[in-house]
Design a protein around this ligand. Structure first.
Ligand code: 13P
Length: 234
């Protein structure tokens, strides 16, 4: 059976190079994608033999006067294969709107990389299906087969209150159907993210049928992360 894809989103952690080296060494497994902060990318690359590199974000141009930004072309040139686009923290903290997320997704695809597009409702009170459709609305026409969709409900991120596998499956089926209704030839793969830990990781794959996981906090704790991988059959 194909190994699930496990994407480690380190976010703005750890704070030192030696910790980044240690965590990357202990996460170095085939089927794992490590998304470190940009400053540690080269060091992580030197340490891994089996894992692949991903980025947490990027800008939408290839080069130019965009102080502080990193382009998908640069990411490809340092060995990145995946780029997270539209993470809820980018949407919420940095006011990224659907238009810019769409342009970033296009830029990642143009650079020959695989985008991991994050979508998810903000709270349990939201009309989740409407929110998901709005997040995908303009983007759906640009989707290609190598786009990975990460369903990450915001209420589950970093809270320890994961979405139940049953509800996550229902949401994924809605997203799949929405995409199928507009682009019947596109079959994306799906990750679940939001308080994934050793106790629930396998449920999203085995019960809910996701193709993989997007792991935040637990990916920084080697013991937890290794148990997650064991539970998935590593
Ligand atoms: P946690 O696993 O810490 O809830 O974070 C999820 C996430 O945002 C991954 O992108």
């Amino acid at each position: 059976m194909k190994r699930p894809l496990v994407v480690a989103n380190w976010k703005m952690n750890p704070t030192s190079l030696h910790e980044a080296r240690d965590i990357s060494l202990s996460s170095d497994e085939k089927g794992v994608v490590i998304c470190p902060p940009f400053v540690f990318m080269e060091a992580v690359k030197m340490n891994i033999k089996n894992a692949e590199l991903g980025a947490q974000d990027c800008y939408l141009e290839s080069s130019g006067s965009f102080t502080g930004e990193i382009s998908p072309l640069m990411l490809g040139n340092v060995g990145c294969r995946y780029v997270i686009v539209g993470h809820s923290e980018r949407r919420r903290v940095f006011n990224e709107l659907p238009g810019i997320i769409k342009d970033k997704l296009k830029a990642v695809l143009d650079a020959g990389l695989s985008p991991i597009l994050c979508v998810g409702e903000n709270s349990k009170k939201d009309d989740a299906e409407r929110v998901l459709e709005e997040q995908l609305g303009d983007i759906v026409e640009y989707l290609e087969d190598n786009v990975i969709i990460a369903y990450e409900p915001v209420f589950a991120i970093g809270t320890g209150e994961a979405c139940s596998p049953g509800l996550a499956k229902k949401r994924r089926e809605h997203i799949k159907e929405f995409i199928r209704s507009k682009r019947s030839n596109i079959v994306p793969s799906f990750l679940y993210g939001g308080s994934v830990g050793p106790e629930n990781a396998a449920c999203y794959i085995e019960e809910a049928g996701f193709d993989g996981l997007l792991v935040g906090g637990a990916s920084l704790e080697s013991d937890k992360f290794n148990i997650i991988l064991q539970k998935l059959g590593w």
